[in-house]
Design a protein around this ligand. Structure first.
Ligand code: MOS
Length: 724
């Protein structure tokens, strides 16, 4: 039995509001937490298959044409089984494309590109040989600076916007701003390094891989290996963070699969930390020129957002910097210029909240500057510019609680009690700043199966991934609520492509999409239970394992009478995805202390308020926001992957030199969710949450720095040398 729904109309079915189990939304601990902290959760690189050989990727030392490799010499190193130089992709694939990433061929397009795989009996032998590898390259040099005069730049027509007359708005404005902001290359830096363990049997590949979107990853692998997708099984029951860098397969997966096929034995390829920085996708650096025109009352009349990002030649992805600028504030005149420089730097791809993470951050810095210029409270400036529909298309918002978030956040943070000028405590200047958060919201096609066992227990199955986000837990919560079962009677299986194909984890659509599929499967089971009791599904109450109808309580086990009942739910976006503008909204407030002597900035406290539709688990949702806000601290203060100006290589490619905020850098963080149900976005009325809090979080911090000491940072991050 299958229940399929295209989201074509607003969801008037508020069934979950009347649910009685009381599980959905509750701040439950993650059900996978215990195996994780015990070290019992199997991660991809830990698969120990009999006869396992180990592969280590070799990096390109220069940009140019690869003229040869000393494979014969490497083959004679102890333990070496194979040196693979063909068929490796030059980077990890992007987004939802189901084709393999482009292969290296005989070109090294950037320094650090994987160009060979050395496979040996042991990891140490493979590492030893790979270190000795000499890749001969006819160095052609290459353009590596996106802003250099001779760098090729593309301006794809589809990505531009010109609405009204921005020049005129600027000319006639009472207040205008024209400033340029820069954000550096950023790394996703997941805790679990990318890894793949491949094993072929009877022409069928089984691959343990650390990936986010398995149904696409299978298609990509099939394309790279030239086999049918149904000959591939991908296993990713646990993923230790992805943040976009595991959306697509990389050289580790293709290399492991090719080598395993050649050697006819299992092969493991695990990136080491420096390779995670260098061989997986980065977030492009950006240059953003922002122009704002405002009238006397602080109402925006014009918005201009020009961005320059970069990627390798031939890559489809480009950081959609101004995505949030299409709908953040009202203004009749709006121009967006989007340009892509083609450079020999690590491939650029999706990193947490691609677009808004850096675009909203720069924009919200500009808004702070404008507010000061006008002499308006920064919160008030934003409130005066609330759009009542999508400013570009005129479509209605599915729901829009930015104004409420601004007011609630200001109250919680104590914004109105801000001292009129910055305070000083010894060597420290204290200041406060804020920034709105906006992010697009999406639903993606997703499928799940729910099975009721004769004992009245439920099993949820889908190839959805849990990348540390809480998928295991929220999917079980949805099933528990819908089927009236205690959590202990629901189990969840994820991360296996033998299970129904899910949306996967990306773009903040994972929870709502895979959750809707689980919801629909449960709805089908509820209908069947109702039929067997001879009542309407809407007259049925399921609670604590019993079906209650007309004051009659029947245990589920009795209804099932020794059978198992299974149902599949399938959701896909329909017309509403085109008819409304769905987004998520929020605000970040920050208080900082800036050291007058050293220029060091310390966060004192941070407070976020977010509106993301129904919250499925208050604890995991809050953790997502903590993560996003901490990324904001990193973006504001410390994170930058630096490229050597001579050859573009990433200089600080480890966790010692790429500075992520640690506990010591992170203050008490408050997160509050507004009570919101969005009828347009799916039966759960929930929206994406993973990527919202990062959008603009860095701006709240640099705006606070300005408030503290008067230094305006437009070149992120605000390292002490820039603050002093
Ligand atoms: Mo995300 S950057 O779509 O994992």
């Amino acid at each position: 039995m299958k229940r399929h729904q295209k989201i074509d109309t607003p969801q008037r079915d508020h069934r979950l509001d009347g649910m009685v189990q009381g599980v959905l939304g509750a701040p439950l601990d993650r059900i996978d937490g215990s195996v994780k902290v015990q070290g019992l959760a199997p991660y991809a690189g830990e698969a120990r298959l009999p006869g396992l050989a180990h592969g280590v990727l070799v990096r390109a030392p220069q940009i140019g044409r690869i003229t040869g490799m000393d494979t014969d010499r490497l083959q004679r190193f102890p333990g070496v089984l194979l040196v693979l130089t063909e068929g490796l992709p030059r980077n990890s694939a992007q987004g939802t494309a189901d084709t393999a990433p482009p292969s290296s061929g005989d070109r090294a397009d950037y320094v650090g590109q994987p160009v060979a795989l050395v496979v040996a009996e042991t990891l140490e032998q493979a590492q030893h040989a790979a270190l000795q590898a000499e890749v001969a390259i006819a160095a052609t040099g290459g353009v590596t600076d996106p802003e250099a005069a001779d760098t090729p730049v593309e301006t794809p027509e589809k990505k531009q916007l010109d609405l009204g007359d921005l020049d005129r708005a600027l000319a006639e404005a009472a207040f205008r701003l024209d400033e340029t902001y820069r954000t550096p290359t950023l790394s996703s830096a997941p805790l679990e390094p990318h890894a793949a363990v491949a094993h072929w049997q009877d022409g069928r590949l089984e691959l343990h891989g650390s990936y986010q979107m398995l149904k696409y990853n299978v298609a990509q692998l099939a394309d790279a290996l030239d086999v049918a997708p149904d000959r591939i099984r991908l296993l990713a029951p646990f993923v230790g963070g992805g943040f976009g860098s595991k959306l697509g397969i990389g050289a580790e997966a293709v290399g492991a699969a090719l080598a395993a096929r050649k050697l006819d034995r299992p092969v493991s390829v695990r990136l080491h930390r420096r390779q995670v920085f260098e061989m997986t996708s980065r977030r492009s650096e950006t240059r953003q020129r922002i122009r704002l025109a405002a009238d006397r009352d602080g109402k925006l009349t014009g918005i201009g957002h020009d961005s320059l990002v970069s990627n390798l030649p031939g890559e489809a992805f480009s950081e959609p910097v101004a995505q949030g600028t299409r709908f953040n504030y009202a203004a009749p005149n709006r121009r967006i210029l989007h340009q892509i420089a083609r450079v020999g730097r690590i491939s650029a791809g999706s990193v947490r909240a691609p677009g808004e993470a850096v675009g909203v951050t720069a924009f919200e810095t500009a808004m702070d500057e404008l507010a000061l210029q006008i002499g308006l409270d920064p919160v008030e400036l934003r409130l005066r510019n609330m759009p009542d529909c999508d400013p570009v298309s005129g479509k209605p918002f599915s729901s829009h609680m930015l104004a409420e978030a601004l007011r609630e956040g200001a109250g919680r943070f104590g914004w109105q009690h801000r001292p009129p000028r910055s305070r000083r405590e010894g060597e420290w200047w204290i200041g406060m700043g804020m920034a709105s958060a906006v992010r697009v919201n999406m639903l993606m096609e997703s499928e799940a199966r729910v099975t009721l066992s004769p004992a009245g227990e439920a099993l949820v199955e889908t190839d959805m991934t849990d990348i540390g986000t809480g998928s295991y837990t929220i999917l079980a919560q949805i099933a528990a609520e819908m089927l009236g079962l205690p959590m202990a009677r629901v189990s969840t299986r994820l991360g296996d492509t033998d299970l129904p194909p899910a949306a996967g984890s990306g773009g903040s659509f994972g929870a709502s999409s895979s959750g809707s599929a689980v919801y629909l499967a449960c709805l089908e089971l509820r209908s069947r239970i109702a039929r067997s009791l001879g009542c309407a599904e809407t007259d049925l109450t399921l609670k604590d394992g019993d079906a209650i109808h007309a004051n009659h309580r029947t245990p589920l086990a009795e209804i099932l009478a020794g059978e198992s009942w299974s149902a599949v739910g399938h959701v896909e976006p329909g017309q509403t995805a085109k008819d409304v503008r769905a987004g998520t909204y929020g605000v970040n407030f920050a208080e900082v202390a800036v050291n007058d002597v050293t220029g060091e900035t310390r966060l004192r406290r941070m407070e976020g308020v977010f509106a993301c539709g129904r919250i499925l688990n208050e604890k995991t949702a809050r953790s997502q926001c903590h993560g996003g806000m901490i990324w904001g601290i990193g973006m504001a203060l410390t994170e930058a992957l630096l490229h050597d100006p001579r050859d573009g290589h990433a200089v600080n490619r480890d966790l010692a030199e790429y500075h992520l905020p640690v506990n010591r850098d992170t203050p008490a963080i408050g997160v509050h969710f507004l009570d919101e149900r969005d009828d347009w976005v799916g039966p759960l009325q929930s929206k994406g949450i993973g990527e919202l809090a990062i959008c603009g979080a860095g701006a709240a911090v640099v705006n606070a720095i300005h408030n503290a000491c008067g230094v305006r940072i437009r070149d992120y991050p605000a390292t002490p040398d820039k603050v002093l």
